[in-house]
Design a protein around this ligand. Structure first.
Ligand code: ZN
Ligand code: FE
Length: 259
């Protein structure tokens, strides 16, 4: 049963819609911000859409839902509790376990506030669908949350198994690497990741999914407790407030960074 196939579909400017399908071609879509590329990918693969998972309310993640649901009436749309998400048929919250029959798959819902207040991630089958919370070598902007909230969300994600494949919402890896290298110029794993990502993009391939192990080694937003990173961010110290201050300082530097 467990031969699920994972396919990132490029959508809009730099979004990924994630498709997950079984051997019968029954598929789910995560964060379909646009319907057309999803419909085209489903047709090309010979897959049928059975359910949709949404991580947060932003248009580039939910914009294709209405058209997709119209094309396949009756499908379940899982989404966090948020009045800004209209098409939801099953609301989910932190700690919920959701089960889908076709394709047979199960996910744990993890609340990850920070980018938005109701953002969730879905973890199952060695995969993490994390929307705009954790990117490869980066994290989402803090539109509706505090640095402390986003840090707490990332602290939860970092406890998942190292081999977890990180399926994020955007192709931001190259510009994220350029910023990360200003924070940790001597991080060999990061430099290797950057070189790999350049090759992947040159070949027209996505740089994701990545693994949690790789992110822990390379992503400055998961490394603000590392002495070299902490020193770079000024605020050092073991307390929670200092951790959040360091994280906030890093996020502010990224917001001001022009690659
Ligand atoms: Zn977003
Ligand atoms: Fe987004």
């Amino acid at each position: 049963m467990d031969a699920l196939r994972l396919l990132p579909v490029s959508a809009l400017a730099d979004n990924y819609v994630w498709l997950l399908a079984d051997a019968h071609g029954d598929a789910i879509a995560v964060d379909p911000g646009d319907a057309a590329p999803v419909t085209a990918a489903l047709r090309a693969q010979g897959w049928q859409l059975r359910a949709i998972l949404l991580t947060h309310h932003h248009a580039d993640h939910v914009g294709g839902v209405e058209v997709l649901v119209k094309g396949t009436p009756g499908i379940t749309v899982f989404a966090p509790q948020d009045e800004r998400i209209a098409a939801v048929t099953q609301q989910v919250g932190d700690g919920d376990r959701i089960a889908i029959d076709r394709p047979a798959c199960r996910f744990e819902v993890i609340a990850v506030p920070g980018h938005t207040r109701s953002h969730v991630a879905y973890h199952g089958h060695g995969l993490l669908f994390c929307g705009d919370t954790l990117f490869s070598i980066g994290c989402g902007r803090l539109f509706e949350g505090t640095p402390a909230q986003m840090l707490a969300s990332l602290d939860r994600l970092r406890t998942l198994p190292d081999a977890t494949r990180i399926c994020c919402g955007h192709e931001y890896t190259l510009s994220n690497c350029r910023f990360a290298l200003t924070i940790e110029p001597d991080n060999a794993a990061l430099r290797e990741r950057h070189a790999d990502a350049i090759r992947q993009r040159d070949r027209g391939e996505p740089t994701v999914p990545t693994t949690l192990a790789s992110e822990l080694a390379c992503n400055p937003f998961l490394r603000t407790d590392q002495p070299a990173v902490a020193a770079r961010l000024g605020a050092t110290g073991p307390t929670g407030a200092d951790r959040a201050a360091r994280f906030g300082a890093l996020r502010a530097m990224k917001d001001a960074f022009r690659a």
